[in-house]
Design a protein around this ligand. Structure first.
Ligand code: PGA
Length: 246
């Protein structure tokens, strides 16, 4: 077992018919608990029925109450959801989620036994100003504030440079050396801040069936987070075939 992960972030794509067709093909092929599918929340029960590892794309800070439209970590956990994506750049950007709010979400998820996929990454402007490490340091230091080494066993970090996300328009992916350097930086930072040396790092941003073999050569990452390409089940299966021992 190589223990690598493939996380499929379907975002707000696919209708019910697409979902049913997607599952028909996926059912025969996906056997690993390290393949985590994060559908639109209203379609999650279809995926749970098939025994996949399932994640929500967002979670709230409280278990219950008058919070119209939010997803409760307690309720998510109680129906068998295993993971929560937290701090995705689309939520940081469009919905103005702060590191402090993200930190509260992470604590609420962990308290309910949900594993966390924390997304971090810099904008193109920040990259061009050589501020990548500074940005990651802020997102990680405040995002994971007060967490224990024990809790960090249940946190995966997805490094997703915002400029590389397929819908951002640049269509670029960092080279393997840059991804490797960032991964080493993040692991070192978490080790020195939190005394936890075994953080799992994923890469995300324009991962597809064409570039996956090259990306999979990076020894310092523990898998990939796939957005757009994961909506095509055949592309996702190809990525899984390269990355995950099933
Ligand atoms: P992408 O999205 O694979 O379409 O670039 C990744 C993400 O936003 O998580």
């Amino acid at each position: 077992m190589n223990n690598k992960y493939v996380i499929a972030n379907l975002k707000m794509n696919m209708d019910l018919n697409d979902t049913i067709q997607y599952l028909k093909i996926a059912n025969k092929e996906i056997n690993s608990k390290n393949v985590i599918i994060c559908p639109t929340s209203i379609y999650i029960p279809y995926f749970l029925k098939q025994n996949y590892s399932v994640g929500v794309q967002n979670i709230y800070t409280c278990d219950k109450g008058a919070f119209t439209g939010e997803i409760s970590p307690f309720q998510a956990s109680s129906i068998g959801i295993n993971y929560a994506i937290i701090g995705h750049s689309e939520r940081r950007g469009y919905l103005k989620e702060t590191d402090d709010f993200i930190n509260q979400k992470i604590k609420a998820a962990l308290k309910n036994n949900l594993k966390v996929i924390l997304c971090v990454g810099e904008t193109l402007e920040e990259k061009e100003m050589f501020r990548t490490e500074q940005v990651l340091k802020r997102q990680i230091t405040y995002g994971l504030k007060d967490l224990t080494a024990e809790e960090l066993k249940n946190v995966l970090i997805a490094y997703e440079p915002i400029w590389s996300i397929s819908t951002s328009g640049t269509g670029k992916v960092p080279n393997n050396k840059d991804i490797s350097d960032v991964s080493i930086y993040i692991k070192g930072l978490i080790n020195s801040n939190f005394k936890y040396a075994d953080t799992k790092i994923l890469y995300g941003g324009s991962v597809n069936d064409k570039n996956i073999s090259t990306l999979n050569e990076i020894k310092e990452i523990d898998g990939v987070l796939v957005g757009g390409a994961s909506c095509d089940i055949n592309k996702l299966l190809k990525i899984i075939e390269v990355v995950v021992d099933q």
